[in-house]
Design a protein around this ligand. Structure first.
Ligand SMILES: *Cc1c(COP(=O)(O)O)cnc(C)c1O
Length: 465
């Protein structure tokens, strides 16, 4: 196994604690076995998300001190805009307070009720923002991207056949734009190949349909292209990213991912009429066009983060660390989705816990066990999140997959800490026959996973004696 060496040493540390098992049990009960309600300071290793959880560099912190807080035309905006131009190359750069604000502003201008937006796979907020405008969010990822055990190197690719079928079915007039999410977050952080992006771009340009990237993890996607795609191994990450973006007409971006900051986002567009209409709306809801809901210091940290994320040694360590966690888990006999994506390892809870039926939430039971046994916080992506009761029969309809996502924050945890996570998962795998399922005590009608309260089936302990 190749060691993903850190191109960093530590300058500032943050104390974390593993509280006692008794305390963890009490907190778990108080939280209704729902990890979203566990206090952060009682969490030893927090793998809930990679969004907004990055550690900033000394250079980013220095840039924050020097942030220009002028209301209009601050030098921090000038740096932000120039840095984004140098990578993304689009004409208009519009700052927003995070990715979903860019989505809301853009779709508010570009979509009409009844429109259809194809994407490889829409991320939840993207889908919700498309649907909130009365439009249809259509997923067109290749079939391999839907099969958890399929080893395809670019499972985030768009299916040209599905895209063509969508345009034939709905007509060009109802498809105002096509989106491509790199890497494909909801598909497990899987990349799209440069060849696929070129084909999608050709397809769109022949029909005059703008192609817009959901660019949250563009540098991680570019790294996978460099590693896996023939002929790309000698190019820089910046060159690959520049080519990707030259194939489209704009992007939405959550800076909480590949800009290595804790908050922020932006929208880039080539089309003047779209940018004009978005900017008018931006002033109403986000702020003046040169800060868009962010402080000058936030713009400065994003600009510096975007320069740092292109560093090949950083990306080799980053992607290597996630792959390393995946390999350790496999060595412990923990079943995971293949291949490991860019930002997270997904445990296949259905395969790991076959004795827990989907209606007893095997993924959620595993997240509860990880916290109880080791103070680790992960997130269920399974029947608690996506299962539902059929409106007619009232019968439980499970999610297609029962997963537990271990998202790895950027530049935050050491290899020893990741080994500790794998160790804990291995211990639970060894005692899995004693782990019991969960039942719902309370669930709100929408997005129930955030606020649901659960308990071990029939009451009693999470692990049978
Ligand atoms: C996080 C994310 C978003 C939304 O960004 P926020 O900053 O959380 O609003 C959109 N698309 C993808 C692919 C994401 O991962």
């Amino acid at each position: 196994m190749e060691l993903p060496l850190e191109p960093y040493r530590t300058k500032v540390v943050e104390r974390i604690r593993l509280v006692s098992r008794d305390e963890r049990l009490a907190l778990l009960k108080r939280a209704g076995y729902n990890l979203f309600w566990i206090p952060s300071d009682a969490t030893y290793i927090d793998l809930l998300t990679d969004s907004g959880t990055s550690a900033m560099s000394d250079t980013q912190w220095a840039a924050m001190i020097k942030g220009d807080e002028a209301y209009a035309c601050s030098s921090s905006f000038v740096d932000f805009e120039a840095t984004i131009h140098s990578i993304f190359g689009y004409k208009h750069v519009i700052p927003t307070h995070q990715g979903r604000a860019a989505e809301d502003l853009f779709f508010g201008v570009a979509l009409r009720p009844g429109d259809v937006v194809p994407n490889n796979t829409h991320f939840d907020t993207t889908r919700a923002n498309v649907e909130s405008k009365g439009a249809v969010a259509l997923d067109c990822v290749i079939d391999e991207g839907l099969r958890p055990d399929c080893p395809h190197p670019f499972k985030g690719n768009m299916s040209l056949a599905k895209l063509e079928a969508a345009l034939a079915q709905y007509g060009r007039e109802r498809v105002p734009l096509v989106m491509l999410t790199i890497t494909n977050n909801s598909g497990g952080g899987q990349p799209a190949s440069l060849e696929n992006i070129r084909s999608v771009s050709d397809f769109c340009r022949q029909r005059g349909v703008p192609l817009i990237f959901d660019a949250c993890r563009f540098a991680e996607n570019a790294f996978f292209i460099r590693e896996r795609e023939p002929g790309q191994g000698n190019r820089s990450i910046q060159e690959i990213a520049q080519e990707i973006f030259s194939l489209g007409d704009g992007c939405t971006m959550s800076a909480k991912k590949d800009a290595l900051v804790n908050i922020g986002g932006f929208l880039c567009l080539n089309r003047d009429d779209w940018a004009e209409a978005v900017t008018n709306q931006l002033i109403l809801t986000e702020g003046f066009p040169t800060y868009g809901g962010l402080a000058g210091r936030d713009l400065a940290a994003i600009a510096q983060g975007l320069r740092e994320v292109l560093d090949l040694e950083y990306l080799r360590y980053r992607i290597g660390q996630v792959a390393y966690l995946g390999e350790l888990l496999q060595n412990k006999g923990v079943p995971i989705l293949q291949p490991v994506g860019g930002h997270a390892v997904y445990i296949d809870a259905k395969a790991m816990l076959p004795h827990i039926a989907p209606e007893c939430f095997p993924g959620q039971a595993l997240t509860a066990a990880l916290y109880l046994e080791a103070g680790i916080r992960a997130v269920e992506i399974g029947s608690l999140m996506f299962g539902r009761d059929d409106a007619v029969t009232g019968r439980f309809v499970p999610a297609p997959l029962e997963l537990v996502r271990l998202a790895v924050p950027r530049r935050v945890y050491s290899l020893a800490q990741l080994a500790y996570v794998a160790e804990a998962c291995g211990r639970i795998a060894a005692a899995k026959s004693r782990l019991r399922g969960l039942e719902i005590e309370f669930a709100p009608p929408v997005l129930r996973h955030f606020r649901a309260r659960l308990r071990p089936v029939g009451g009693g302990d999470l692990f049978a004696a």
